[in-house]
Design a binder for this molecule. Structure first.
Ligand code: DGL
Length: 268
């Protein structure tokens, strides 16, 4: 069991920012990554749809003998984590709790901004979790739906992305926040642009780092850390193999072997 892989999934490529952090912090652990590239984006879909997609993906990952699952997607963490976690015996970890904890630890003036997809913002999960940690913290949220296609287009540092970020973040900046949660897996990829817009006084929090830390704590607690393991990383998608492969190659610290396409209908 200890040297079994960790399953990681996202709606597409964004969760690779979480996979990257897991590979950095837990270099002995093998991983199986699934990107639902045929059905991205999740951010504008309903709770029921996201639960049904997440359930299928969990079934697929279980066939790869994973010892834990990381829901490396904020929208799926907001809508489906509680449901799918009840349907398996292995640990299932989302990105929202670790991100919320990191933000609560970071803020000094107790004013936190959260930017994410429409689904994550509507679910109200970040404010709920942050307030459960410290009820005195005020949370200001903003959906930024155009950020995902801009990243997918490769326009991370384009002036258009800067202008859109400026427009999205204008309101939230008027609330005097000192901490901003990048509550969508794509947003760390435009971190520099966002930082330029919000200025140096605002600390950006990426849940990926804390999620890897939380995963390590859970694996250690369950005594299922890998030992003397030569880590292997396998990648699966539901569509667009080449696009995924090229993107993964630009952000992951490991060799990207073959990427396989999976038909999710067989996991109903
Ligand atoms: N991975 C999604 C998230 O973190 C963003 C992309 C999408 O909308 O599917 O919420």
């Amino acid at each position: 069991m200890n040297n079994s892989p960790i399953g990681i999934f996202d709606s597409g490529i964004g969760g690779l920012t979480v996979a990257r952090e897991i590979m950095r912090q837990l270099p002995d652990e093998s991983t199986v990554y699934f990107g639902d590239t045929a059905r991205v984006p999740y951010g504008s879909k309903s709770r029921d749809t996201i639960i049904s997609f997440s359930r299928q993906i969990m079934k697929f990952l279980m066939t790869k003998n994973v010892k834990a699952i990381v829901v490396a997607c904020n929208t799926a963490s907001a809508f489906a984590l509680d449901t799918i976690a009840k349907e398996t015996d292995i640990p299932v970890i989302g990105v929202i709790e670790p991100g919320a904890k990191a933000a609560a630890d970071t803020t000094i003036n107790k004013r936190i901004g959260v930017i994410a997809t429409e689904g994550t913002i509507k679910s109200n999960t970040y404010p709920k979790v942050i307030k459960s940690i410290d009820p005195d913290i005020q949370v200001f949220s903003k959906a930024c739906p155009l950020f995902v296609p801009l990243v997918e287009e490769g326009w991370q540092y384009d002036s258009v992305t800067y202008e859109i970020a400026d427009r999205y973040l204008y309101d939230i900046m008027s609330y005097d926040i000192d901490t901003l949660v990048l509550g969508c897996t794509h947003y760390p990829l435009i971190r520099r642009t966002i930082q330029k817009v919000v200025g140096d006084k605002v600390t950006l929090v990426s849940p990926a780092y804390e999620t890897a830390k939380e995963l390590e704590r859970i694996l250690a607690g369950e005594d299922i850390r890998a030992h003397a393991n030569k880590a292997e990383h396998h990648f699966y998608v539901s569509d667009s193999v080449e696009r995924f492969r090229n993107f993964a190659g630009t952000i992951l610290p490991c060799e990207i072997g073959p990427v396989e396409c999976v038909n999710m209908e067989q996991y109903n």
